[in-house]
Design a protein around this ligand. Structure first.
Ligand code: AMP
Length: 281
């Protein structure tokens, strides 16, 4: 397992593998890897001859008052996690390698980015799509792996890959959770012990919403009300959004039908956490 810092080194390694006729899987991450990331790397290692993992805290997807500086970083730990999960190469560039002076070209998506995190983090998805598009052009993978944990991101990447004809197969992977239900996230490290306990309210509340749908509720407003009431029962929780949308276009639905995404963002103390489920009727 190798770690490289430059685009040229990635291109050199990839071209060697291509000459050998090997298939390439790619897992983009911001590092501080946990079992959620590792599930993506494992899936890629299963389905491809070689797996590239990028570890890059992408500055252009953070707003001015977000946690770019505080975001946890630990490359030594990440190396062990990638190795253990079966990855072959880590690409860990400096921001200046990805964004030279006068960087002025962006991938901008509409529709799937209007609501949810797109509404409250205005430049976020432009940053995500731009870096993922650049990474696709650098790694040239056959398949790329994304977690359903970031469901709006997944829908948005599927869309720009289709719209802009990137020759990559996008593979979705299920959410990996702690034993009490909290979705694994690098940002969980921000939580103090009381907040960590309080954070289970996200998955608990989503479960109540899912049960309501399974018992026949089809009115999106009523499902939102069930989830909202449950979240409000936790004093340390402050709701950012609770939304019910169609998973393909990320547009609100009134009646639940087809493939539906129920997504929430909640502050626990100062830490903003997201979680969701997808249900197909
Ligand atoms: P990040 O490092 O947070 O940008 O995440 C990199 C990739 O890992 C994204 O595709 C995420 O959706 C995915 N991921 C993060 N947390 C989880 C999780 N708990 N379960 C599954 N995938 C995850």
């Amino acid at each position: 397992m190798k770690v490289v810092k430059t685009i040229q080194e990635v291109r050199n390694q990839v071209s060697i593998w291509r000459k050998e006729g090997l298939s390439i899987g790619f897992v983009p991450t911001m590092g501080y890897l946990h079992e959620g990331h590792q599930s993506l790397i494992r899936k890629s290692a299963e389905q491809n001859d070689r797996t590239v993992v990028s570890v890059f805290v992408n500055p252009i997807q953070f707003g001015p008052n977000e946690d770019l500086e505080a975001y946890p970083r630990d490359l030594e730990r990440d190396k062990a996690a990638v190795e253990e999960a079966g990855g072959d190469l880590i690409f860990n560039p400096e921001p200046s390698e990805m964004y030279p002076n006068h960087f002025t070209s962006f991938i901008d998506t509409t529709e799937t980015t209007e609501l949810l995190c797109g509404a409250v983090r205005p430049i976020h998805f432009r940053g995500v799509c731009t870096v993922v598009g650049k990474l696709f052009n650098i790694v040239l993978p056959d398949r790329a792996y994304f977690g359903q944990k970031d469901a709006q991101q997944l829908a948005t990447i599927r869309r720009f890959v289709r719209d802009l004809n990137f020759p990559v197969e996008v593979i979705a992977c299920p959410i990996v959770r702690e034993s009490d239900g909290l979705a694994k996230s690098s940002r969980n490290t921000y939580l103090n012990p009381a907040e960590r306990q309080a954070a289970v309210i996200l998955s608990k509340s989503l479960n109540l919403g899912r049960e309501a749908i399974e018992q026949g509720e089809r009115d999106a407003k009523k499902v939102i009300a069930v989830i909202t009431a449950s979240l409000q029962s936790e004093p340390l929780a402050r709701i950012d959004y609770v939304e019910v949308v169609d998973f393909e276009n990320i547009q609100r639905v009134e009646r639940i039908a087809g493939e539906t995404l129920v997504a929430i963002a909640v502050y626990i103390g100062k830490t903003r956490l997201i979680d969701n489920f997808v249900i197909t009727l």
